[in-house]
Design a protein around this ligand. Structure first.
Ligand code: PGA
Length: 262
């Protein structure tokens, strides 16, 4: 049975945009995206802007995501934000981004604790995986991807919801393509999803779930190269960094996703 997956385009603002700057960008996004249907749109500002952006998104179909959380329910964890605090504001949360793995010591194990905690409060995690340049060149892509999916998602249960979508999203982001302007080719990214990510998902959760999980590509996606990814059989959208900070670019990417449905 073939499965229809709703395309999803998420903007990862990283550590960009003050509240004042977010207030300038979001109205333009709302206006430009209001007529683009069929694509789930998510923006993920820094924690400090979540409240302000949430207010600006009221009444639109654009959803809100955070960029991280801590797995404990509450407690003396200075500087951390709990799953429930995020769930009060957001529907999505990016977890295990390569910048967090590289600069903040996140591992498959800590990513797994965060994924479980997010699912427990009803947040949809966008779990980032991807090989480094060295791993790619040493022919280790398959083993890295397999390990990150298996360890990152261990011990969780997944089922498609009423719409057929599974409440977990994977973003395949080869580290060498992030912020470098050197995107992977659509064909290469699709092969990783089709031959490495979905088979691992199938092993863990069965065929139906493996076919229903949305897998995004991330790494130097722009309005002018997005279609190359959205045209692929197994790629269901994009996680966009730099280009999500410019209204015109992000709107162009979402439009490309909508056009791929036609
Ligand atoms: P980029 O970042 O689009 O700026 O390459 C993608 C990401 O880090 O999610």
């Amino acid at each position: 049975m073939s499965v229809k997956r709703t395309p999803l385009v998420a903007g990862n603002w990283k550590m960009y945009k003050t509240i004042a700057e977010a207030r300038q960008l979001v109205p333009d996004l709302v206006q430009g995206l209001s007529k683009v249907g069929g694509v789930e749109k998510v923006i993920c500002p820094p924690f400090t802007s979540l409240m302000a952006v949430k207010a600006l998104l009221e009444g639109t179909d654009i959803k809100l995501g955070a960029q991280n959380l801590y797995w404990e329910k509450e407690g003396a964890f200075t500087g951390e934000i709990s799953p429930k605090m995020i769930a009060e504001l957001c529907q999505f949360v990016i977890l295990g981004h390569s910048e967090r793995r590289t600069y903040f010591g996140e591992t498959d194990e800590t990513v797994n604790r965060k994924v479980r905690a997010a699912l427990e409060v009803g947040l949809i995690p966008i779990v980032c995986i991807g090989e480094t340049l060295a791993e790619n060149e040493e022919g280790k892509t398959q083993s890295v991807i397999h390990r990150q999916v298996q360890a990152g998602l261990s011990g969780i249960q997944l089922q498609p919801d009423n719409s057929g979508d599974v409440p977990l999203v994977i973003a395949y982001e080869p580290v060498w393509a992030i912020g470098t302007g050197k995107a992977a080719t659509g064909e290469f990214a699709n092969r990783v999803v089709q031959e490495m990510i979905r088979p691992t998902l199938s092993m863990l959760f069965g065929d139906q779930v493996a076919k229903s999980v949305r897998v995004l590509y991330g790494g130097s996606v722009k309005a002018n190269n997005a279609a190359e990814f959205f045209d692929q059989s197994d790629i269901d959208g994009a996680l966009v960094g730099g280009a999500s900070l410019k209204a015109e670019e992000f709107i162009g990417i979402v439009k490309a996703a909508a056009e791929s449905l036609e």
